[in-house]
Design a protein around this ligand. Structure first.
Ligand code: PEP
Ligand code: MN
Length: 354
């Protein structure tokens, strides 16, 4: 069911609240004609006590009813062995591990053990912190339980303080996961990344442009009055518009003209990358000489004034080079650190400075 099929769309409310809310939402979603599965949170992991923690098992019977009426397969978050058992009892079609579960290997293993001997597709959301090993480890635990259809959901990462996003996307992490697990389906959950309604469309589009296989988006018939995540849920009508406006792109094509042009440009880039690396190697040889010179004269490796000059250079050149200041600083920082390591090597035959 969740083999790498493009445009796999999961939607439904953050939480199942009442039978009517769930079934009405499901009917409107089914009418869109582009939804592959219906989600609903039954047990909600809330950050603070006293918040709505889900309706529990009764919600599974509403979900089963919604499936009967709409034909939509159902998707539920599980966080314990008991949740797995209940979900299976109520014929849930797909399970997912939430961000607060993926973060805990004990919980993931408990779920993996409960899944032994069962075949059901399982999605693993990224952990709340930006730890790619935890995410990979959780996937491996589920795979080792014998689950054949495992997928990944990118829902962003917690950061401190107020930022543009509720959970920072840090796109390089799901991109790395795609590299590590090329055969697993990767969905984006723009609802939990954004935490608001206005940027869901652009985050969803961005994920599609990065060759994600689909989306999980929260929807509710009356989002303003949702019992959880009210700010980020959208109506099925808004979702329909969002899906209509999405532009799906192909990762590959066999159009010869395009492929020739692309290969030509990539060849140029490869050439430039080789030249850049050769230049960096020259640059480090000069750093080695500086290191030897500083050693002979008993001068420190790091000189703050020099470092400030580098920052200033990034600021002054960014417009001329049409490169962002952020990139230039990252680049200069990395080059500078490598240079310090080279000098340290010369001075102390030394350990790396990290
Ligand atoms: C959810 O999907 O409602 C949810 C709790 O998500 P996450 O685990 O990404 O916070
Ligand atoms: Mn939610």
């Amino acid at each position: 069911m969740i083999t790498k099929k493009k445009k796999f769309i999961i939607s439904g409310p953050c939480s199942a609240e009442t039978e009517i809310q769930l079934i009405e939402t499901a009917k409107e979603l089914a009418a869109i004609g582009k939804i592959d599965a219906l989600r609903a949170g039954i047990w909600k992991p809330r950050t603070k006590p006293g918040m709505f923690e889900g309706v529990g098992t009764i919600g599974l019977s509403w979900l089963l009813e919604a499936k009967k009426i709409t034909g939509l397969p159902t998707v539920v978050e599980v966080a314990t062995a008991k949740h797995v058992e209940e979900a299976i009892k109520f014929n849930v079609d797909i399970l997912w591990l939430g961000a607060r579960t993926t973060v805990n290997p004990f919980s993931v293993q408990e779920i993996a053990n409960a899944l032994k001997g069962i075949q059901i597709p399982v999605f693993v959301k990224n952990p709340i912190n930006a730890d790619i090993e935890l995410w990979s480890g959780a996937i491996q635990r589920i795979q080792q339980a014998g689950i054949e259809q495992v997928g990944m959901i990118h829902r962003g990462f917690s950061t401190y303080g107020n930022t543009e996003y509720r959970n920072a996307p840090m796109w390089h992490l799901p991109i790395e996961m795609k590299r590590r697990f090329p055969n697993l389906m990767l969905l984006c959950d723009p609802s939990h990344i954004c935490g608001n309604r206005k940027s869901i469309q652009s985050v969803a589009q961005k994920s599609i442009d990065l060759d994600f296989d689909g989306l999980m988006i929260e929807s509710h018939i009356d989002p303003d009055y949702a019992w959880s995540d009210a700010n980020q849920q959208i109506t099925p009508t808004t979702l329909r518009r969002l899906l209509d406006d999405l532009i799906w792109r192909n990762e590959i094509t066999d159009k010869e003209e395009f492929l020739n042009a692309l290969n030509g440009l990539r060849e140029q880039i490869n050439q430039i990358d080789d030249e850049l690396m050769t230049l960096l190697s020259h640059r480090m040889k000069i750093a080695d000489k500086i290191g030897a010179y500083k050693k002979a004269n008993n001068i420190t490796i790091l000189q703050t004034i020099r470092w400030n000059e580098i920052y200033q250079k990034a600021h002054d050149k960014k417009d001329l080079l049409n490169l962002s200041e952020e990139f230039l600083i990252k680049y200069l920082d990395a080059v500078h650190l490598e240079s310090i390591n080279h000098q340290n090597n010369i001075m102390n035959n030394g350990d790396k400075i990290n």
